[in-house]
Design a protein around this ligand. Structure first.
Ligand SMILES: Nc1ncnc2c1ncn2[C@@H]1O[C@H](COP(=O)(O)OP(=O)(O)O)[C@@H](O)[C@H]1O
Ligand SMILES: [Mg+2]
Length: 264
């Protein structure tokens, strides 16, 4: 273990555990060049939609991409991709190849995708840690992590144990969404995570005043907007990825990934 990350004996034991895990994962995930969380404290704003479509927009450009469903309570990525595949329950866990990207989800370990997952915080924390320690992602250019809403166990764990490049904060033009997205961004900043920028989903085209305020409060830019489009529901219900179905949606996501690849 590197000198500077060696836990001091005066620290709280659980804190030492977190530092050790972070160091282990830093080494274990060294083959992943960029790790990005897709996050908002509010549910239903389009985190999963943005994560899935960004992943394929990046993959189209030739990057090696992984997509992790870290929304343990309501893992939706398999549903959005229309897959029912399971990961082999042998270690290390191997993500599934879905149209050229590597996808892993705790749902791929469950017997049935319809059974509710009812876990207390400590189990969620343990599961996420184990998932990272035991999944073999190999070499990737980008790993996108679809987070659960809220500001408690799952997002907090990801922020504590992983060294992320930062978060893409998803919001909608609505003021209530903006306030909650701002909360998530401020939480990430408090935990020393970077904010890569804000995406306004279900947009009218131009960022709303609320979205601009979110970006300003987080000292970040607006990466782009995704228009409100009822077809998103049809695509995800059919297991289709919007960027492959609609060139205008691809254009919107291309702008966003362009800014993520070339920030500033
Ligand atoms: N730009 C959009 N226009 C219309 N509906 C959308 C858009 N983005 C997402 N949706 C729909 O909104 C719902 C919530 O999206 P989802 O990605 O599951 O949000 P979250 O992961 O934040 O809970 C889904 O039914 C999805 O198809
Ligand atoms: Mg989701």
């Amino acid at each position: 273990m590197a000198e500077d990350s060696a836990p001091s004996s005066s620290m709280h034991p659980s804190f030492v555990g977190v530092i050790r895990q972070r160091e282990r994962l830093r080494q274990k995930l060294a083959g992943i060049r960029h790790k990005i969380g897709i996050y908002s404290a509010k549910g239903g704003v389009g985190k999963t939609t943005v994560a899935v479509n960004m992943a394929y927009a990046l993959s189209r450009r030739g990057f090696r991409v992984g997509l992790l469903d870290a929304d343990i309570d309501t893992p939706n990525i398999s549903l959005f991709l229309g897959i029912d595949g399971k990961m082999e329950p042998t270690l290390p866990l191997k993500p599934l190849d879905v149209g050229g990207i590597k996808v892993a989800s705790t749902a791929m370990l469950a017997e049935s995708s319809e059974r509710p997952i009812i876990w207390r915080g400590p189990m969620i924390v343990k599961m996420l840690g184990e998932f990272f320690e035991n999944t073999d992602w190999g070499e990737l250019d980008y790993l996108l992590i679809d987070l659960s809403p809220g500001t408690s166990d799952a997002p907090l764990t990801i922020m504590q144990i992983l060294e992320l490049d930062g978060f893409v904060i998803v919001t909608t033009p609505q003021r209530v969404a903006g306030i909650n997205s701002m909360r998530s961004g401020l939480m990430a900043k408090r935990l020393n995570a970077a904010i890569l920028g804000v995406v306004e989903n279900m947009s009218e085209g131009e960022p709303s005043e609320s979205t601009k305020r979110v970006a300003e409060a987080l000292n970040a830019g607006v990466l782009g907007t995704i228009r409100l489009n009822a077809a998103f529901d049809l695509y995800s219900d059919a297991g289709k990825v919007a960027v492959f179905e609609d060139p205008s949606i691809l254009e919107e996501f291309d702008k966003i990934v362009e800014r993520v690849i070339n920030p500033g």
